[in-house]
Design a protein around this ligand. Structure first.
Ligand SMILES: [Zn+2]
Ligand SMILES: [Zn+2]
Length: 131
């Protein structure tokens, strides 16, 4: 088995088997990938999105909405009485502030209904309505 030298400039450590880099540079490469992945999740858009939900205004408004709409809308459609826990956007706002704050676009849901709806949106990219 030939011993290879790490391909990183200026590095003369031995490369790991089946890898162009030494242990140190291979770890550095993985760190860089992880950092890039993390950066993608904290883009301006994602930050703006999160800050909408974390804003005091949203928390206060959604609490008020749930006080007035204490039951899950989806479960109500099926005749079940289930306490609502979250305010959901009927049409996904995708970061759009107008849609986000539009009261007529809000509905009270229980956690299972909200998770189900969110999963559907993520998997099928649905824009609401339908079904
Ligand atoms: Zn190296
Ligand atoms: Zn429900």
């Amino acid at each position: 088995m030939p011993l290879l030298i790490c391909v990183a400039p200026g590095c003369d450590d031995l490369a790991l088997p089946g890898c162009p880099h030494c242990e140190r540079h291979d770890a550095a490469k993985r760190d860089k990938l992880a950092a890039r992945r993390k950066a993608a999740q904290s883009t301006d858009h994602a930050r703006a999105w999160r800050s909408l939900y974390q804003s005091r205004a949203w928390r206060a408004a959604s609490r008020r909405f749930l006080r007035r709409n204490p039951l899950c809308a989806d479960c109500g459609d099926l005749g079940a009485v289930v306490p609502a826990k979250v305010v959901d956007h009927i049409e996904p706002h995708k970061g759009d502030r107008r849609l986000f704050w539009l009261r007529s676009n809000w509905q009270a849901l229980c956690i299972p209904c909200h998770n189900r709806k969110t999963a559907r949106e993520v998997f099928h990219g649905q824009t609401g309505g339908g079904g």
